[in-house]
Design a protein around this ligand. Structure first.
Ligand code: SAM
Length: 329
């Protein structure tokens, strides 16, 4: 098991498949992109499958989420999913994606064994999409969402980050749009994980503001205490339910006490927290011929040292060296 000194058990593994992305969201990456990892630094498809297998078989991992960068840019994605779907016990398999390319691959991913997708979409307006992402790909995302639904990747979840003065006026519109389509919407508070260190606490749209904007159009009832588990999103029933909306308030209402995540970067480093300042190098061990038992021991030790909380809202908070896109969001 992957335990830490606070008694938490990590059962949810986030695997970054690449640090590259085809969008340039202003809150994530600079316009010119970043210094990408070289191919020799990236775990191969076989190395990823070996580490996921070991995590599922020996370390108690039950859910595997592929992310990035943009995981759809990884050529081996479908075969990685397919290999992970054969594992015993079978983990739940999901993908966090910007949706570009899903129109083409949603069916193949579903057939390979992918259970669910989370698609990131911050706006319903094509021009605002360009302002936020610096790319004209809004329609591709909408097509990807429709394809995911048609392929049976259910439920389709949508992640949205609100930026002040850019798309924060769209909170209620985004929810209405998702309700019409049966998508589950979750807002994520903007976090200090951008490569350009442009995050400004005073400019961040808080969970409270998001909820105020939603309350103006919808009746929201908190989902009962105890239903949240280790989920980062606090959820509200909309207009009496059954539809709900979530808010991930990583900054203003952190959920670290229930955190059940472990992370593997595209270059084979384990991180025990999105905001960890240290990493454990599994790739070198793997390539030096370590056994599964030795790698498992390294992974367990990495998780044992997990801090009580990320402490983003503390004055002494330090942003990690690697940005979200390189860690795996
Ligand atoms: C880093 S992306 C990686 C996966 C994929 N490319 C996608 O768009 O979903 C994962 C999620 O992190 C969110 N994200 C990126 N930077 C963020 C930040 N600074 N604060 C909060 N969320 C952020 C994105 O909006 C997206 O929903």
């Amino acid at each position: 098991m992957l335990l830490d000194t606070f008694g938490r058990q990590a059962v949810d593994l986030r695997v970054s498949l690449t640090d590259r992305c085809n969008l340039r969201c202003t809150y994530c990456m600079p316009e010119e992109g970043l210094q990408w990892l070289g191919k020799p630094d990236l775990l191969t498809d076989e190395e990823i499958v070996r580490l996921v297998s070991l995590a599922v078989r020996d370390l108690g991992v039950r859910e595997v989420r592929f992310t990035g960068g943009e995981p759809m840019l990884r050529p081996g994605l479908v075969s990685i999913v397919s290999a992970c779907a054969e594992l015993e016990p079978r983990p739940e398999l999901s993908l966090t994606t910007n949706g570009i390319g899903l129109a083409r691959t949603a069916t193949a991913l579903h057939r390979a064994g992918l259970d669910r997708v989370n698609v990131s979409l911050d706006t319903l307006d094509a021009d605002t999409f360009f302002t936020l992402t610096r790319r004209h790909r809004h329609q591709d995302v909408l097509d990807g969402l429709a394809a995911a639904e048609a392929a049976g990747l259910a439920p389709v979840k949508l992640n949205a980050v609100l930026m002040r003065g850019v798309n924060d006026h769209e909170a209620a519109d985004l929810l209405a749009w998702c309700l019409e389509r049966g998508y589950e919407l979750r807002f994520i508070e903007q976090m200090p994980l951008d490569a350009q260190h442009g995050w400004d606490r005073s400019q961040m749209v808080t969970a409270e503001e998001i909820l105020d904007r939603l309350h103006a159009r919808f009746a929201l009832t908190p989902e009962g205490a105890g239903t949240r588990g280790a989920a980062p999103a606090e959820r509200w029933l909309v207009d009496g339910g059954p539809a709900s909306v979530g808010v991930i308030a990583s900054v203003t209402r952190p959920f670290c006490r229930a955190c059940d995540r472990t992370r593997l970067t595209a270059d084979g480093q384990v991180r025990n927290c999105l905001f960890a300042t240290g990493e454990t190098d599994l790739r070198s061990a793997l390539r030096a011929g370590a056994t599964d038992a030795e790698i498992g021991a390294l992974w367990r030790a990495a998780m044992w040292g997990k801090k009580a909380g990320a402490g983003i809202d503390n004055p002494e908070f330090l942003q990690p060296d690697r940005p979200m896109s390189a860690i795996g969001g």
